[in-house]
Ligand binder design. Structure first.
Ligand SMILES: Cc1cc2nc3c(=O)[nH]c(=O)nc-3n(C[C@H](O)[C@H](O)[C@H](O)COP(=O)(O)O)c2cc1C
Length: 385
């Protein structure tokens, strides 16, 4: 695949993957992207997952027609991108691996048998440039987006931003699917905690003339870049992407679920633009977490369980607070049969979260809804509109 006259795609699709990063289901697989910049000097941008080393090397050889690369640029050290440095050196022993000080420390720690000679290393500092001929590359450090050694690379000739894991998504490149949905699940799940760092990077990106974004996962972005950058701006500022309400619940015997259904019905009656109801025991957790970040208003409804909140709700809230959940309006529905604790625990879990607005109305059910609960649900729906 040709991206510009001189930039070629040499990545791979993975349809064998079980879980991405040990926890995310990827029904449409995963792509590990890699690119060749073909100039007087030839640079390869990142490697791919260990399982695809041979396929990747073949892709490179196919586009190089016998030429030899000069540089292997390592933007990010997660092994799905860095696993084949050794393999690459075995085929091209005279190349220089380009990275920063943190990259080289991580190479040593991840790959104990890989002894990089000084002549195989080119250490760069933030904003350093590397000229390949017509192409001048600028390395922009992006610490904690989402690892400390991450750097992105800007090619001023073709106006391409190689964005490391930024602008990536789940799904192999041969899968036809909506970008926003799987890019949001990827972003919130994997980078969500580091909104402030992404905002810093977006500020630098705004100073560059970018016509193409080449991420390490997901499709190369060539059109409508304002949309993708706009989405990243919303996500990283913990803004509201879509109007509506998300209701996440757990229920053992179905009484909390009934209250949730009533609330959803009331909201729809009142014309709420979107009501998303999520059963935390049955939905993909990453999908639920993604929705909680997407909407500005959420309602958490949970049973009390052994003097605590139901475990799946606890896990869900931990997923939110761990990712710096903020700027949201939250309502609570709790249920207990003798000493309800769920509401108190749920609220307490957001103690350190910034800019949370609590609905005035909360709903406290004793086993099953009574008339007061129904009236409160009506009031809660009113408040959410
Ligand atoms: C294992 C277990 C532990 C529970 N612990 C408590 C508790 O500590 N306090 C309480 O008030 N209710 C407790 N309950 C009862 C439920 O919270 C209560 O029956 C609630 O109404 C269930 O709502 P649901 O119909 O939506 O499942 C417990 C239930 C189960 C199954």
């Amino acid at each position: 695949m040709r991206i510009t006259d001189d930039i070629l795609y040499v990545g791979v699709n993975d349809h064998n993957i079980d879980l991405f990063e040990g926890q995310y289901i990827v029904p449409n697989g995963m792509a590990y992207n890699s690119y060749v910049i073909n100039d007087e000097k030839i640079a390869v941008m990142d490697t791919v997952d260990a399982a695809f080393g041979d396929e990747w090397l073949k892709n490179i050889a196919d586009v190089l027609n016998g030429a030899t690369p000069d540089y292997l640029i390592i933007q990010h050290m997660e092994p799905d991108h860095s696993a084949n440095i050794q393999k690459f050196l075995e085929v091209y022993p005279n190349i220089k691996v380009v990275g920063n000080a943190k990259t080289f420390t991580m190479i040593g720690n991840f790959f104990r048998d890989l002894k990089l000679a000084d002549e195989n290393k080119l250490e760069v500092k933030n904003k350093d440039t590397l000229t390949l001929g017509k192409h001048e590359l600028t390395f922009v450090f992006a610490p904690m987006v989402h690892w400390p050694e991450v750097m992105v690379t800007y090619d001023s000739k073709d106006k391409v931003l190689f964005s490391a894991d930024g602008f990536g998504k789940f799904g192999a490149l041969d899968a036809e699917e909506d970008w926003d949905c799987e890019a949001r699940r990827y972003y919130v799940g994997i980078v969500g905690k580091y909104g402030a760092q992404v905002q810093n990077l977006l500020k630098v990106a705004a100073t560059l003339d970018i016509q193409t974004i080449c991420p390490l996962h997901g499709p190369v972005l060539t059109e409508n870049l304002e949309h993708y950058i706009g989405q990243y701006n919303t996500w990283s500022s913990y803004g509201t992407e879509s109007e509506g309400v998300m209701i996440a619940y757990t229920s053992v015997y179905g009484n909390t679920k009934k209250a949730v259904e009533l609330l959803a019905e009331k909201l729809k009656e009142k014309g709420c633009p979107k009501v998303v109801v999520t059963d935390l025991a049955r939905e993909d957790m990453a999908e639920a977490v993604e929705d909680a970040f997407r909407y500005g208003k959420i309602v958490l409804a949970s049973t009390t369980y052994n003097g605590d909140v139901f475990p799946l709700m606890k896990t869900f809230i931990e997923h939110l607070t761990e990712r710096n959940y903020q700027n949201k309006t939250i309502g609570l529905i709790e249920n207990g049969s003798w000493a309800s604790m769920a509401g108190k625990v749920m609220r307490g879990m957001f103690e350190k979260s910034k800019n949370i607005t609590w609905l005035e109305t909360s709903v406290k059910i004793m086993s099953s809804m009574d008339e007061q609960n129904k009236a409160d649900i009506e009031k809660m729906a009113e408040e959410l509109m």
